[in-house]
Design a protein around this ligand. Sequence first.
Ligand code: UN1
Length: 516
Amino acid sequence: HEAILKTVLGDFYSQDKHYGSAYLGDQRFDSDATVDVISPNDGQHLLSISHAKPDVIQQVIASAKAEFYHWRSVPAPQRGELVRLFADKARTAKHQLATIISLEAGKPFQESLGEVQELIDVCDFAVGLSRQLYGLTIATERPNHRMMEQWHPIGPVVIITAFNFPMAVWGWNAAISLICGNPIIWKPSSQTPLCGLACHQLLLSAIKEFGANPELSSIVFGEKPQVEQLVDHKDIALVSATGSCAMGRAVNCRVAARMGRTLLELGGNNAMIVCPSADLELAIRAITFSALGTSGQRCTTLRRLIVHSSLKHQVLTKLEAIYKTVSIGDPFDSSNLMGPLVNQQAIDTMKASINTAISQGGKLITGGQQISNLDNKGKSEHGFYITPAIIDIDPSAEIVQQETFAPLLYVHSYDSLEQALAIQNGVSQGLSSAIFTKDMMEAEIFVSARGSDCGLVNVNIGTSGAEIGGAFGGEKDTGGGRESGSDAWKAYMRRMTNTINYGSELPLAQGISFDM
Ligand code: UN1
C-alpha cells in the first residue's frame, strides 16, 4: 500500500509516517504533540498526525476568506470546470483511493470502490449544476418594476466529516461548495487523515491545472478545540457537519450563538417495516446489506426491523442463518462481506448495548462475539472484528432509542400498520426508513404525510445506499440538513431578492399612497 500512498499523496507523502497538523493549499504545518492512527484491519500503527495550533487555524481561515473575494467572481460554469478536472483525477485514481479508504476505515474494498464512485458521481452532478444555479423571476404588483431572485456565493465553508464515509461526504460538500463559489476548509475524522490528504492532493493538482489559488482548499487535523475554533469564527459562512447527534448539537449551538449557518447530517436510527405481502427474499437481501454493510457503521444502517407478527419467526430464522455464516475479515479479501469495526471502543460500545438490551428484556438471537484470531494469514489477528448481532426486543425498551454505531439489529413485531408506523417514528432521529410491501395502499401511506417522518423514505429497497441525485439528510435529531443532490446547493449560497424600477414613478407596494 505504501506505493499507492506515494503516488496519490505526491509531495504530501511522508516516508517516516509522520504527517502534519494542517495543510493550507500545499503548505504543510506541524505541531509537537502527535496522535497515532491505528488500522482497524490489523491493529497496526498506520501513521501519526498532529493537531493544528490556533494561529495556524487563524491563518487557514484568513486565507480562505481572502480567496473567497476572488473565487466568488469566477463564473460558475468555470468553477464547474475545476470540479470536472478533479473528477477526472478521481476516476483515474479510483482503485488507489478505495485502497486508502479500506486501509484507514476498514471498509470492504468493494464498498470502498462504491464510495469513490459516489465521490465521482457528486462531482459530475456539481459540474452540471454549475450551469443551473437558477433564480426565479417573480411577478411584481407594481408597474414598470421587475422582481428577481439571485443566488450568490456565501463564503468559506467548514466541512466536518466522519470516518465511515471519509471521501464521499467531503465530496458532497466540496464539489457543491466549489461550484457555488466558496473556498473549503476540511476537518476530516482523525481516523482517516490520509483519505483527507489524498482528496486534498488530487484537488490541489486540479486547482493548479485550472490556474486557481491553492488556498481554495485546506485541511485541518484536530479534535474538539480545533473544531470549536473553526466553527466559532465569524468568517466561516457555513459549517457542514456530519457525525453524531451529540457533536451536531454542540456545533449547532455554537454557530447559532453567532448567527452563523449550519448544515447538519447526524445520527440515524433507521427502521424497516416488513409487511405480510412483502417479497421476503428481496427483503432479506435488503436487510442484510442495510444492516451489515460497512459493518453497521453507516448513518443509514438498518438498526430496527419491524416485522409483521405472522412473519417474525420466518424472518428471524432466515436472518440468524445469514448472520451466523457471513464471512468477516480483512476488507481487502473479496471473500469477506464484513470488515472490522473502527476501533476497540466501537466493539466495547456494541457489547455494552447488547448487555443493556438484555437487561431491558431483549433476547440475543445471535452475535456479539469479538473475533480475536481471525485468519491463518496472521494478518487480522488484532483487528477489531465482531460477529453481527440480532436482538429480539420490545420497541418500548430504552436502548432502542439509541444509535449504536455497530452491526446490531433490533427486531420488533407489529400487527397493524398504524402500530408499525408509531414504532418507526417513535425515536428521536429521523434519517432513513423503508417498507417492504406489495400492497399499494401501504406503500403510499408510508410515503404520505402521515407515514414515515424521515428524510429518506424507501419502498422495497433497504435504508442505506442512497444515490447522490437526491437530497440526503433527515429530520429531528438528525439535524434537518440536506446535502448532495436535488436543490441542496441552495444551502451553500445566499439568496438575494432584487426589485428594479425602470419607470419614472415611485409606486409603493401594498397600495400605500399619501395625498401630498
Ligand atoms: C453516511 O453514512 O454518513 O446512503 C453516508 C448511503 C451512502 C451515504 C452514507 N450513500 O448509505
